[in-house]
Design a protein around this ligand. Structure first.
Ligand code: F6P
Length: 511
């Protein structure tokens, strides 16, 4: 049943009215067990949800909503390999990429065997590149899911990157980015990875052609050694003269593809064993999502909280605050994951929605954000839930720095909640601002895998409750088509049929 037609939806609406007066400080004063009951351990991490605008009664109502919208059935359909991506008639099986070899029987046994065959080949290749001392620079050319995942993960695990290997990521079609990078490279020391699920994306294909031309112009030889393609479209890569190819399947969405061949830059950076640990951490989270009762299931609790905030309390964005500089690309990664998945205004059957879907996801690492935009989170007119991410163990020995970093994270969460309600005028700071605190013991391949899988599943949960297809992205197609048309017009100067603004800008660009 569509969420807005369920009895639980109506009950939650009434409940939200009563909730307008909810106060976090009172909630803690009245319930000594609040921190414990609104916390949740999950594989590799711990989540404190207690500083959120929620309580046991709200969670119970949200669980009824989950039941009435068939969340568990939808989850199980995904894990059975059903074609739940209905608009593209595809299964959704990024989780299969982290499933241990030989662990499934039935119709999924064969795809799982293929997954491991490709994984083994890709990891063997990664090890060969690691052992090849002449290759010092690895350049990943890809965009969106073919860039953000590996880039985010390589940065996150920077301490584990093999000395002597430099990883670069080029995504933008802006030639400034590519030229600046190429200027510092030598063809004989560089490996280019052309990463594109479709192998048609304009930006990636343009950059790929330019680096091929650069390689030849530099006198580069042995294309097979210096180029590899990561794609579902192996023939298109071959047409470009690239013979080292690692494939994946149409049932892996671009923004869910870190675990596939798209993860090759990470595998080169941290090695086969590290990459396997990443997969194992994510798999542990898959099992938690599949097996934990919904009331103690972290992706479910977070995803339902997201629905509560978006549809009943009217919070339209969520800010991500990683208190660890290595996690600095996580906000951008989550932006694509959530906004491209759940930024939809029709349901799975194409019917218009009468309720909000994806919030705006944004953020910067702490403590930088504190000195930039936290003011708005504290005293602005909008309530913006904040998601802290912190890591207990540092990998450096500057103990005071880490102590200060963690102290800041805890203090910000506390300040948002406590405020300074007794002060008047400009100093008045009402507090009662919500936040979630995610804590990892250490930043390792396994904990990163679990953290990212957690986020994937929480996006699944809100998307499932909203009844949307979280696995297509039809909206981005129009811009791609129009760019082709405008590119031709930039050459010809033909402005006929264009709107006044575009025509005037075109004229100015050509003058
Ligand atoms: O334009 C959006 C998108 O299709 C994303 O979903 C995807 O991650 C990105 O482009 C890159 O696509 P590809 O991997 O096919 O080049």
């Amino acid at each position: 049943m569509r969420c807005d037609q369920t009895p639980a939806w109506q009950t939650l609406r009434a409940h939200a009215g009563a909730f307008r007066n909810f106060d976090l400080r009172e909630a803690f004063a009245q319930d000594a067990g609040r921190a414990a009951s609104l916390s949740q351990a999950a594989p590799q991490l711990f989540a404190d949800l207690s500083k959120n605008h929620t309580d046991a009664a709200t969670e119970a109502l949200l669980l009824s909503l989950a039941e009435q919208t068939g969340l568990a059935q939808h989850r199980d359909a995904m894990f059975r390999g059903e074609r739940i991506n209905v608009t593209e008639d595809r299964a959704v099986m990024h989780w299969l990429l982290r499933q241990p070899a030989g662990s499934l029987s039935g119709p999924l046994a064969a795809p799982l065997a293929q997954v491991h065959e490709t994984l083994d080949a890709m990891l063997a290749y990664a090890e060969r590149v690691r052992a090849d001392s002449e290759i010092t620079d690895i350049v990943n050319i890809g965009i969106g899911g073919s860039d953000l995942g590996p880039q985010m993960a390589v940065l996150a695990l920077q301490d584990l990157v093999l000395p002597g290997k430099r990883l670069h990521f080029v995504s933008n079609v802006d030639g400034h980015e590519l030229v600046a990078l190429l200027n510092g490279l030598q063809a004989r020391n560089t490996l280019f990875l052309i990463a594109s699920k479709s192998f048609t994306t304009l930006e990636t294909m343009t950059n790929a052609c330019s680096v091929r031309a650069w390689f030849d112009a530099q006198g580069g030889t042995e294309v097979a050694r210096h180029f590899a393609a990561l794609t579902t479209h192996v023939e298109a890569a071959a047409a470009m003269g690239i013979t080292s190819t690692f494939g994946f399947w149409d049932w892996v969405g671009g923004r869910y593809s870190l675990w596939s061949a798209i993860g090759l830059p990470l595998a080169i950076a941290i090695g086969a064993a590290g990459f396997k640990d990443l997969l194992a951490g994510a798999h542990a989270m898959d099992q938690h999502f599949q097996q934990a009762p919904l009331a103690q299931n972290l992706p479910v609790r977070l995803g339902l909280l997201d629905v509560w905030y978006r549809n009943f309390l009217g919070y339209t964005s969520r800010s991500i605050a990683p208190y660890h500089s290595a996690l600095r690309r996580v906000p951008a990664y989550l932006q694509q994951l959530e906004m491209e998945s759940n930024g939809k205004c029709v349901d799975r059957h194409g019917q218009a929605l009468s309720y909000g879907t994806s919030p705006v996801i944004w953020g910067e690492p702490g403590t930088n954000g504190q000195h930039a935009y936290f003011q708005m989170l504290y005293q602005g007119t909008d309530v913006v839930p904040l998601e802290f991410m912190a890591v207990k163990q540092p990998t450096h020995t500057l103990a005071v720095h880490h102590e200060l970093l963690l102290a800041n994270a805890l203090a910000q969460a506390q300040a948002l909640m406590l405020g300074k309600p007794d002060e008047g005028g400009h100093r008045h700071f009402a507090g009662n601002r919500p936040s979630t605190f995610l804590l990892l013991d250490a930043l390792t391949p396994a904990s990163l895998g679990a953290l990212i899988a957690l986020q994937e599943h929480r996006v699944f949960v809100s998307g499932a409750v909203w009844g949307i297809n979280s696995f297509d992205q039809w909206g981005v197609e129009l811009g791609k088509v129009l760019a082709r048309d405008i590119q031709a017009r930039l050459r010809s100067g033909d402005a006929s049929g264009l709107d006044g603004s575009t025509a005037a800008l075109l004229k100015r660009l050509r003058s």
